[in-house]
Ligand binder design. Structure first.
Ligand SMILES: NC(=O)c1ccc[n+]([C@@H]2O[C@H](COP(=O)([O-])OP(=O)(O)OC[C@H]3O[C@@H](n4cnc5c(N)ncnc54)[C@H](O)[C@@H]3O)[C@@H](O)[C@H]2O)c1
Length: 345
């Protein structure tokens, strides 16, 4: 508006702000849009607000059954979105916490999560143990929830949700410790092949991927890393590894990789090249192709003893052991070699 113009408020257009959170997951966005579990519309509890809510509801009603379109006030809609992602992440952290206990006791986390998921009150979804959750939403939404709790004077509730992220970070560092302790307590100057860098299969998205922290952990112990992901480019990987990470327990920014460290990383478009002459393999993403690689060929081209650390439980560990690999699978009983190694915390 120019300074000499006067605004006539009475003629300003009226508008309402609605909260209509998006629940699309990457890779299934169109499916999620056409067949949503629910659509959520939040608005002000005034006649104008409710009119706006009903107007948007009528749009969705073209393809979503009315009983799946939920209408709430603004805060309920906003918090429901954050809570949904926090609950999903919490399930993953819960099963990952169990995976550590399974390894310590000799239980098998797949059997435990199957048995737990059979309880219809709990259900079977989102109970796969892994090296940790990633993606653009889970951590961000939990941090958002934590912030809102703290702003509302609820530090205990904030700490409860923080713990979901702390277990996720613990799972990643536990994985790195397992790799290092299994390989004679050092990976310095050893070649480690990292298979998969994206936060989940069928996407090239690397936001908050556990592969970043695992690679940084291995680089911290001076490993040489060779990374293969079917969709992630070298540029992206180098950018991700150079990025700072905020650590709230030690609120300083961790140092980005130095140029020397960058030289310790190579990226290839071929799994066999990545694993050639490697001492160990870390599987970071559950890409289908990792199930069907020629592991005998890979074993023959690797240094011995040859290790596989399966962060997604995708390979047939028994078959790999028959070939000669020493195999670590998250939350599964440890094979002879790993049992004799010092406990990992
Ligand atoms: N990705 C987006 O751009 C986006 C945008 C808006 C909202 N969202 C919301 O965020 C949520 C997460 O979406 P996303 O795209 O990050 O994908 P996602 O839910 O498929 O994956 C998130 C994380 O969960 C893990 N995971 C998936 N299935 C699992 C299982 N069965 N057991 C254990 N772990 C499992 C994945 O490995 C990944 O680390 C969606 O449900 C959606 O509500 C996502």
């Amino acid at each position: 508006m120019w300074p000499n113009q006067t605004r006539s408020w009475s003629r300003s257009p009226l508008f309402q702000i609605l909260s209509n959170p998006e629940f699309l997951a990457e890779g299934t966005a169109i499916q999620d849009l056409f067949n949503p579990d629910r659509v959520l519309i939040g608005g002000r509890e005034t006649p104008e607000g409710q009119k706006a809510v009903q107007t948007l509801k009528a749009v969705y009603a073209h393809w979503v059954p009315e009983d799946q379109i939920l209408t709430t006030n603004l805060w309920s809609a906003e918090l429901s979105k954050l809570a949904a992602n926090a609950f999903l992440a919490q399930r993953i952290s819960s099963v990952n916490a169990m995976s550590a206990l399974c390894e310590a006791t000799g239980a098998n986390v797949s059997e435990v999560s199957y048995a737990v998921g059979k309880d219809s009150r709990i259900g079977p979804k989102f109970l796969n143990a892994s090296v940790g959750f990633g993606g653009s939403c889970f951590q961000k939404d939990i941090l958002n929830l934590v912030y809102i709790c703290e702003c509302n004077g609820l530090p205990e509730v904030a700490n409860y949700w923080k713990q979901v992220i702390k277990i996720n970070d613990y799972q990643k560092s536990r994985f790195v410790n397992r790799v290092v302790s299994s390989m004679f307590n050092t990976v310095a100057n050893k070649k480690i092949a990292v298979l998969g860098f994206a936060f989940k299969k069928d996407t090239g998205d690397t936001r908050e991927t556990p592969a970043i922290d695992v690679c940084k952990g291995l680089l911290g112990d001076k490993a040489k890393i060779s990374i293969y992901d079917p969709q992630v480019t070298e540029d992206q990987i180098q950018r991700d590894l150079a990025m700072n990470k905020f650590d709230w327990d030690h609120p300083v920014h961790l140092q980005p990789m130095s140029p020397t460290t960058t030289k310790q990383v190579s990226v290839t478009w071929d799994a066999y090249e990545a694993t050639k002459d490697a001492h160990g393999i870390c599987i970071m993403t559950e890409w289908d192709e990792f199930k069907t690689l020629d592991y005998k060929k890979i074993y023959d081209s690797m240094q011995k003893p040859a290790f596989v650390f399966d962060g997604r439980n995708v390979v047939d560990s028994e078959k790999l052991r028959e070939i000669g690999f020493i195999v670590y699978s998250i939350g599964k009983p440890l094979d002879g070699w790993l049992k004799d190694m010092p406990a990992v915390a």
